[in-house]
Design a protein around this ligand. Structure first.
Ligand SMILES: *Cc1c(COP(=O)(O)O)cnc(C)c1O
Length: 367
């Protein structure tokens, strides 16, 4: 069986570096917000091309904290609206409702699966305060267009960069494309830790300062709490591992894109719709997602022939029980995408032989 994602193999090459990192943290005796976190924050800010990076506990917290910080700054208030894609992982939407703001869902473009900028201005109200764009599957949303809309309507533009570490949009790095970005280092992401982790990147000094307080109990100085903060910190040990993996991120992304190139060139089965890369984007292929009308059959065929696949995502957020209040809404493009998408294996450790076999099995499929 060709695994969808072999996390053991992805991390095994770092074994001795990880062991040294563990030893160094262990010997330092400092386990929370020490020099590893500081170094990772500096490295990652530099990588993204932003002034600030704040390590946090996970990707959902990163997004939630950005919105919380804007509330503490008096820029957002309870009941304000945030425009989010209907076609996303549920975390993007949870970060809005967790702050007592209202997520307003928007359909994606059918080719990129990312939020459709042409559908936004018609739903802006006096309560709209932000656009939260998601760079789904590893390709940036149309941030250039979104930036124009945000500027014109005085909205904040927040980037959910959980799937797009290293992606470029008009030559500019994901994480620096909006006012602030939330990143996840969940093990399966392109830059994955050995557990949970996350970060926020921004060029906004005031926001960065607020985030530094509220991610650490609302405090700049121990036992002096200025805000009702959270405890959401990046682990010292995870930071030490991430410093090591960040050095290899571009190389890993290059390997992913070589595989994607092969898939795009050699998958010729007319029953499949392949991903579309915009001319101004450098995709980092967190996922290689194809579409097929009879997905169940196709997935069964792949599984029977030794290729493991996953669905990202099987249930649209507005159809989740958690969002019963959205159940009456209709998003035909989002719903169609959720019925048809299937993710093929892609990772820096997939071998030439495995890629060739996947292509063969995919092309062989007939209903
Ligand atoms: C993974 C992911 C998140 C959440 O990250 P966690 O670290 O799991 O909390 C948010 N948004 C998107 C699009 C994701 O893929």
């Amino acid at each position: 069986m060709i695994k969808f994602l072999d996390l053991q193999k992805i991390n095994e090459v770092y074994k001795s570096d990880f062991e040294n990192a563990l030893k160094s943290v262990l010997e330092s005796g400092w386990f929370i917000m020490g020099k590893e976190v500081l170094q990772f924050e500096n490295d990652y800010a530099q990588y993204c091309g932003t002034k600030h990076c704040i390590g946090v506990a996970n990707g959902l917290d990163a997004l939630t904290l950005i919105i919380r910080a804007y509330k503490e700054m008096g820029i957002f208030a309870d009941g304000d609206e945030v425009i989010v894609p209907a076609n996303t992982y549920i975390a993007s939407i949870l970060s809005v409702s967790a702050n007592n703001l209202v997520p307003v869902l928007v359909e994606p473009e059918e080719d990129s699966y990312n939020i459709d900028p042409t559908q936004i201005e018609k739903i802006i109200t006096t309560k709209t305060k932000a656009i939260l764009a998601v760079n789904l599957y590893g390709q940036a949303a149309n941030m250039e267009q979104l930036r124009k809309i945000a500027f014109k309507n005085n909205l904040k533009l927040i980037e959910d960069a959980a799937q797009s570490h290293g992606a470029l949009h008009h030559g500019q790095r994901s994480g620096s494309l909006g006012d602030a970005a939330g990143h996840s280092f969940y093990p399966g992401k392109n830059l994955g830790a050995l557990g949970d982790g996350g970060a926020i990147t921004t060029n906004d000094n005031e926001l960065a300062m607020m985030l530094r307080a509220i991610h650490n109990y609302g405090s700049f100085k121990k036992y002096e709490n200025i805000y009702k903060g959270m405890n959401s910190r990046l682990d010292e040990l995870q930071a030490a591992f991430l410093i090591i993996k960040l050095r290899n991120l571009d190389n890993d992304n290059l390997k992913r894109s070589k595989i994607a190139e092969q898939y795009l060139a050699k998958i010729t089965n007319p029953l499949l719709l392949l991903p579309v890369v915009k001319s101004y984007d450098q995709h980092v292929w967190h996922l290689f997602v194809v579409r097929v009308a009879d997905r169940e059959n196709f997935q069964l065929h792949l599984n029977n022939n030794g290729v493991q696949t996953l669905i990202h995502y099987p249930i649209a957020p507005h159809h989740q029980l958690a969002y019963k209040e959205f159940a009456h809404l209709s998003f035909p493009i989002t719903e169609k995408i959720h019925r048809e998408v299937l993710s093929l294996p892609i990772s820096p450790v997939l071998t030439e032989t495995e890629v060739a076999e996947i292509i063969r099995v995919v092309n062989q499929y007939r209903p």
